[in-house]
Design a protein around this ligand. Structure first.
Ligand SMILES: [Zn+2]
Length: 272
C-alpha cells in the first residue's frame, strides 16, 4: 500500500507534487529539526538542509532526532536531520551543507520554498533578501521567551515573505533597532531560552503553509501570512500587523530581482 495513502485527501496527484518539490531548511535547531521531521513524513522529494553547527548537550531539550550518543560523538546537525528524514522516507533526496548558508547559494537558489529557522535578526534579514532576489517564497519562524511581571511569556511567529506581499521588514520582524541591539549584545553569555513544544507548533504551522503552497488542497491560496503564537494560552492567530500593512513593500524594488552576477550583454561581448 502507498505509504502516503492516509493523506490522499490532499489530491490524487499530491504524492507526485510533494515528491517533486525541493524545500530548503536553513538552521537545524529546535525549529528546523521539527520542520525536517515533518518534511520527511509528508513525502517531500528533495530537502536541502543547512547548518554549520554540531549538536551539544544543551540542544537535547529540543533538537528533534538528537540523541545522547550524537552529543558524545559531536555529530553535525545536518547529519541528524538527514537521518531523521531518511528514517521515514528512504527515497527522499537530502542535500546537506554543514556550513553557513551564504556559502551554498547555488543549492538554495533551486529551492521551491525556503524555511528559515534562524535566531539572529540580521540573518533573517539577509535570508529574506536572498529569497526575494531569487523569487523564492520564504517562511521565517521564530520564538522568544520574554520576562513579564507575572513570570515569562512564550511568544513566536510564522511569517511568509514573497514578492507581491510584505517582507520581514514590512511585518516588523526585522527592524533597525533589533539589528542594532543584537549587534550590541553580540557575544553575550548564554543562549536564549528555548523549549521543544512552541517550536513544534511553529514548525507545524510552517509545514501547513508549505503544503498549501506546493499542493493547494484548499481553495484559498496562500499569498501572505503572519501568524503569531501565544505560548502561555496556546493560541495561533493572524497578527494585526498583516492587516495594517500598506500593501506595498518598499524594501525590495522590482529592479533588484534576479542574479546580480548575471549580465547578458557581457556574455555576448557587448559593453552597453
Ligand atoms: Zn518590505
Amino acid at each position: 500500500m502507498d505509504w502516503l495513502s492516509r493523506q490522499s485527501f490532499l489530491g490524487s496527484n499530491s504524492s507526485e507534487l510533494l515528491g517533486s518539490a525541493r524545500v530548503g531548511v536553513v538552521g537545524l535547531g529546535g525549529g528546523g529539526s521539527h520542520v525536517c521531521q515533518q518534511l520527511g513524513h509528508v513525502g517531500i522529494g528533495e530537502v536541502v538542509i543547512v547548518d554549520p553547527d554540531r549538536i551539544s548537550s544543551t540542544n537535547l531539550n529540543r533538537l528533534i532526532g538528537g540523541t545522547r550518543l550524537d552529543v558524545l560523538l559531536r555529530r553535525k546537525k545536518t547529519s541528524i536531520a538527514k537521518r531523521q528524514i531518511r528514517r521515514v522516507n528512504a527515497t527522499a533526496r537530502v542535500i546537506s551543507f554543514s556550513g553557513e548558508w551564504q556559502a551554498c547559494f547555488d543549492i538554495l537558489k533551486a529551492c521551491d520554498i525556503i524555511v528559515g529557522c534562524l535566531d539572529q535578526v540580521r540573518a533573517k534579514d539577509e535570508l529574506d533578501a536572498f529569497c526575494r532576489r531569487y523569487l523564492i517564497p520564504f517562511i521565517d519562524i521564530g520564538m522568544d521567551v520574554h520576562e513579564i511581571p507575572s513570570g515569562h511569556l512564550i511568544a513566536g511567529q510564522v511569517a511568509l515573505s514573497f514578492v507581491g506581499g510584505p517582507c520581514l521588514r514590512c511585518l516588523g520582524i526585522v527592524t533597525e533597532t533589533a539589528v542594532a541591539t543584537e549587534a550590541r549584545n553580540y557575544g553575550a553569555a548564554g543562549g536564549n531560552p528555548q523549549v521543544v513544544w512552541p517550536n513544534g507548533v511553529l514548525a507545524s504551522t510552517a509545514v501547513g503553509l508549505i503544503i498549501q503552497m506546493l499542493n493547494p488542497w484548499q481553495p484559498t491560496p496562500v499569498e501572505t501570512a503572519l501568524l503569531q503564537y501565544d505560548g502561555n494560552i496556546g493560541t495561533v492567530s493572524e497578527s494585526h500587523r498583516l492587516a495594517n500593512w500598506s500593501g506595498r513593500c518598499q524594501h525590495y524594488p522590482a529592479d533588484q530581482r534576479g542574479d546580480p552576477g548575471f549580465r547578458i550583454r557581457e556574455r555576448h561581448g557587448v559593453n552597453r
